[in-house]
Design a binder for this molecule. Structure first.
Ligand SMILES: C[S@@+](CC[C@H](N)C(=O)[O-])C[C@H]1O[C@@H](n2cnc3c(N)ncnc32)[C@H](O)[C@@H]1O
Length: 267
């Protein structure tokens, strides 16, 4: 893709998610932006906040009953993911966690709870309106071990080897430079660190044209990697023990998936 096309796509993504954040921040204004399905607060790719019929047999990868209790309503409403990265990241007390494309902050706030006061949860997002929503949600939640930083996931605003875990929920498919994102995840992880990600992933037989026909870029479909592309990209970035596991078929040939990998402890 040309640089101009990439810039246009990124601006389209930013504007779509800015409108989604405004719909939660200012519900009376009547923002009409949509994500995947026409509602500003629907999950990006169809399977974020759990209803049993939406998730079929894969509910163990979504927010469990009661898991979001105590979070500000706006954080829950703004959830635009396609899974529950916390359910796959297996966070421990004291760990430092980074959420790529943190949106309204739901996974950062849940991570902060999980890692406790001796741990820390960072969120990075490029959209000012999402950052404003996430910071307001953190203040409402009284979370003191969180920080939301403005930035692009292709150029993370964190030092080398600064977190034990990278999570992300339905964002990497939106990036116009996925090799840069995978390399940045590797850079900010400590040796032995891990990723626990949920994303939309295509069947390997789906061509770029098939993916574009299946759904829009801003709706998290057209820009999705295939499983083989994900695994190759993770290996090229230096990750080991990588896996891509399909959970729910969102549209034919396109899946919500969980992605795990480890940065070697000798790296
Ligand atoms: C589908 S929403 C998911 C938000 C959140 N992870 C959740 O589960 O609710 C995508 C988010 O990623 C952000 N985003 C998309 N592309 C990005 C990029 N290249 N760099 C930083 N943030 C990005 C958007 O601003 C938006 O907040």
């Amino acid at each position: 893709m040309s640089d101009q096309t990439n810039t246009d796509l990124r601006e389209e993504v930013r504007s779509r998610y800015a409108a989604a954040a405004r719909a939660v921040l200012e519900p009376d204004v009547g923002a009409t932006a949509s994500c995947c399905s026409g509602s500003a607060i629907d999950p990006c790719c169809g399977a974020g906040l759990a209803s049993e019929e939406a998730v079929g047999g894969f509910s163990e990868y979504l927010y469990r009953e009661g898991e979001t209790d105590g979070l500000p309503e706006e954080a829950v409403q703004a959830s635009l993911g396609c899974g529950n990265p916390l359910a796959v990241a297996d966070l421990h007390e004291g760990e430092r966690v980074l959420d790529l494309g943190s949106g309204g902050g739901i996974d950062v706030l849940l991570s902060a709870r999980r890692v406790g006061p001796s741990g820390f949860a960072y969120g990075v997002d490029m959209t000012d309106e999402m950052l404003a929503l996430a910071r307001a949600n953190a203040a409402k939640a009284g979370a003191t071990n969180v920080e939301f930083r403005k930035g692009e996931i292709e150029h993370l605003p964190l030092p080398d080897a600064s977190v034990e875990v990278v999570i992300s929920n339905c964002v990497i498919n939106l990036s116009t430079d996925k090799p840069a994102v995978l390399a940045e995840m590797f850079r900010v992880l400590v040796p032995g660190g891990r990723i626990g990600i949920t994303d939309v992933v295509a069947d390997d037989h789906m061509s770029a044209a098939d993916r574009a026909a299946a759904g829009s870029y801003v709706g998290c479909i057209a820009g999705a990697l295939s499983r083989a592309e994900y695994l190759d990209g993770l290996a090229a970035a230096g990750f080991v023990d990588a896996s891509v596991t399909f959970t729910t078929e969102t549209v034919p040939g396109m899946h919500s998936a969980i992605i795990r990998a480890v940065k070697p402890s000798t790296a």
